[in-house]
Ligand binder design. Structure first.
Ligand code: PTJ
Length: 279
């Protein structure tokens, strides 16, 4: 087992909340102005999250389609009460367990995740030992560069990139190009906020896939091995917190129990019930 040197002392004392407040946008002026102008707005947090994505589009990180995807996510998030529910907590524990137990875990980053939770993805990589790999649906080298540099500004190192040397043949989108040192070899792949075409393809070649998706009925949610039905802006910091709480006192048995006790069908059913019963 690869259990870690992972929880290097580096972040052992960091409360997850400290970095979850980062705006995740490239610098000050505009973001500060936006923050100030929304100071007393009742939907302030939600609007600031939107702002990260708009900024992500401007800086070439996020695709315009990412804005549409986020709008759908917002509607679903509203219905689950914009909080991390019990069905998400169960999945978060299983997800962190699976990542810590994996031999070669990897974190796949797209344009939305990079704009929304750059610092948190870097921290998750550090506390789980899983490298970050850029993998995008609407592929362009410029966007891969922009995402990799953005993660770098948040402390990300050794960011893996898509490559023509390793291709998932069953996919037709830009997601087919993967890193030979990352997704190609990984046993566990974390894919926050995914479009529907890849999860099944990764499962079919034997990978354990962990997804974050606010839609428990999506193909991704159904095809994943573990699905966290929650907003990435809450789920990823919670995963970091969970991994840090385990810290150096790794109990392999407890991690395995968290993975074994995870019941995919019942988590998705609970999430769907929560959505259908509304607020
Ligand atoms: O950066 P790229 O090119 O890889 O493109 C990324 C997007 C997100 C545009 C692409 O993967 C896409 O088109 O995704 P879909 O098919 O719109 O699916 C996105 C899923 O994520 C939907 O089920 C949304 O409900 C869900 N979602 C949106 N925002 C969030 C979310 N889930 C969790 N947290 C969110 N903030």
């Amino acid at each position: 087992m690869r259990l870690v040197e992972l929880h290097g002392s580096r972040f052992a004392g960091d409360p997850a909340g400290d970095f979850s407040a980062d705006l995740g946008v490239d610098s000050g002026g505009d973001a500060d102005e936006v923050e100030e102008s929304l100071a007393s707005h009742p939907r302030r947090e939600s609007l600031l999250v939107r702002e990260r994505l708009v900024e992500g589009v401007h800086s070439g990180i996020t695709s315009q389609h990412g804005l549409i995807a986020h709008g759908r996510g917002e509607a679903l998030d509203y219905l689950i009460g914009e909080r991390t529910r019990d069905f998400s907590e169960v999945a978060i524990r299983a997800a962190v367990g699976a990542m810590l137990l994996a031999e070669r875990p990897v974190i796949s980053v797209n344009g939305n995740a990079a704009a929304l939770v750059p610092g948190e993805m870097v921290r998750l990589s550090e506390v789980t030992g899983a490298p970050l790999e850029v993998n995008i649906f609407h592929h362009s080298e410029a966007r891969v560069d922009a995402i990799a540099s953005h993660l770098g500004r948040f402390g990300g190192e050794g960011i893996l990139r898509p490559s023509e040397e390793a291709v998932i043949e069953t996919l037709s989108s830009g997601r087919r190009f993967v890193s030979p040192d990352g997704i190609a070899k990984a046993d566990v792949v974390f894919v926050p906020l995914e479009d529907g075409d890849r999860c099944g393809a990764l499962r079919a070649i034997g990978k354990t896939v962990i997804a974050v998706d606010l839609n428990p009925m999506s193909r991704t949610s159904r095809d994943a091995s573990i699905t966290i039905v929650d907003n990435v802006v809450r789920a990823v910091p919670r995963m970091v917190e969970e991994a840090m709480a385990i810290g150096d006192q790794v109990d392999e048995g407890a991690l395995r129990r968290a993975v074994d006790e995870y019941d995919h069908a019942s988590v998705l059913a609970d999430a769907e019930n929560a959505l259908r019963s509304g607020l």
